[in-house]
Design a binder for this molecule. Sequence first.
Ligand code: BGC
Length: 743
Amino acid sequence: MQSKFLLFIGPLFFLLGCAVNTVQSNNEIDLKVRQLLSEMTLEEKIGQMTQIDFSVVATELNSDNPVDQSKLEDAVLKHHVGSILNAPQTPHNQAQPVAVWRNILQSIQAVTARSRLKIPVIYGIDAIHGATYIKNSVLFPQAINMAATFNTDLSFKEGEITARELRVAGLQWNFSPVMDLGRQPLWPRLWETYGEDVYLASVMGTSYIKGHQGDDFSAPTKALTCLKHYVGYSFPINGKDRSPAWIGERMLREYFLPPFESAIKAGSPTIMVNSAEVDGIPGHANYQYLTTILRDELGFKGFTVSDWEDIKRLYTRDKLAANEKEAVKIAVMAGVDMSMVPFDYSFYHLLLELVNSGEVPSARIDEAVARILTVKYRAGLFDPPSPLLPEGENFSTAQATDINRQAARESIVLAKNDNHSLPLKKNANVLVVGPNANLLNVLNGGWTLTWQGDNESLYPKDKLTLFKAIQKKATGKVTYLENSVFDKQSALDVTKNVDVIVLSLGEKPYTETVGNIGSLNLETSQVKLANAMLATGKPVILIMTGGRPRIITEQAELASAVILGFLPGMEGGEAIADILYGDYNPNGKLPISYPRETNDIVLYDHKPIESYESNVYHPLYAFGHGLSYTSFETSNLKLASDNINRGDTIELSVVVKNTGLLTGKETVLVYLNDVAASVTRPSRQLKAFKKVELTPGQTQTLHFSLKPEDLSFIGVDLKRVIEPGKFKIMVGHETATFTLNKP
Ligand code: BGC
């Protein structure tokens, strides 16, 4: 064991980065890390692997600098901690002004400067839709919405703006993006994902990383990302957060690994571990995932960090370990490099004992610490502190807010629009009703200003709820009904003088286990309200906001129009109003299959058997669905060749035309199907897409190149293979076939 780890460390330093000048600086970093490691005591090394919550070093009081100096000295000088996470204020972390963050980080820097080796602390934060914990930051649509934009440029810009705002506050490490796939709609973190599709999640996530990190994440406006939650976390069989997934190795390799693989290639240097378990093995104990696959196969060179208290939980929850010490040994030996302990120094003391007794080889410690130090060097944390980015031109700028508004608009899905009920006339008299109509928190969801995102009183006063945004835009009378109405007569009374009812339903904010539910059914009170409003005979525009697809089949059938808003962020109210009144032509498309019934969770890339005989893929709204106020037609799907050889790219083109009367954006989706293969293949899989804006009557020919790997799948022997034979390409209503020749 010992020699294996020693062998491992050598090449580690030479493999980071690929550009020639980067290799040079990586070699320098390699030397610095070796030198530093040789000077470190075991205690200092294990401290680097320890991450504590801010509360461990916090004062009880609210102040401009909520750091308790003696607790901080205990953490940094006595326990040598390598990392701190989270926002101040217990029991719930809460967004702080830029100035407070600067004070906190300066205090930490000042103490590390007094430490023996002056190793900087890396501060981690969940900035999952913008800088969550910095007051007045630009808070974007959540990931499920960003996926609905099918606009990688917007994802790139979200990454850019988030990193910039973090750096203004002095923060540099973001626990984002979530690369888990959203294939279980009950899971209360579905909305933190980029949806159900492998390709879409991969391209949206990698664009975000590139915007966030640039080519060099030590640059003054860039910051590190952390991929979550490796791997298989998002597919709990019972739909509850932190509960078991049973994912076979083929499924793992086919669906859940590829987004992580792409994100690693995009350069993310840190990974957070799956907080639950797959196939009976907790994420934090899974040597095969954390070492064999992550390191040996995927070539990840950065460091892994545990999720919240999850090493302890191998003992307290999973009963995998007989005590906490054994839990530490299992996790570290499986490949966890840093422990988010987070409330005490137990990990530090126990790991020290384990190394001193020879139960954990010191080479494994050197390996983990080398990875952490390498990332710290690459992030420029060892460099003399440079002046912080000035707030004025970098934080909450008008330009960033405009981009946010655009992201929100492109993320909203118009699912139904019978008889052109939308857009509304500005002079229509509108009744706005429903529990989600006049709150900002329902537009933002979890990880907004606080962990659960539910503290409405903390939300900025200048942002508009749906009701207020409608009120701002409309010239007709807009009334808002706060109290619910549950019977037809009362509904008739309150709607007597209105032309249209805007019914705003959905979910309250939540994340993690707090958001667990037993059914996707809408709350009974919402069903009653909807039915009463629908019974009036007035046109009802149903607007859903929230993190999951709640069942609306009967209500959607009767509604004149349906908008699926999910969690469009701080500009969401105005963005929905833009669409309601036709100030913006909707173009969002569903990144998930919206179920018709609670147990109807067949996904778009289902197997043939799932749409055979009486089985059917029949969601309420399919993956990729989304209407516009104009219409588009795709035609003339052409393949450059209907016969290709192994290694060839597949060139195809298709013509898209705006056949309606308004300018609009359309996303053209290219699907592939392997007609016959040795392992059953999905009926179709998204392989490429392009989003274009067209004026009325305008046509454009779009060209796509599919790579040879796009034809591959995980074969019988669990290795990726490409099998010769027939393939189908599907775009819109057209299909084209080609044959991959035998080698
Ligand atoms: C969540 C992670 C998060 C971490 C730190 C955990 O409970 O699962 O997604 O990054 O807390 O806040």
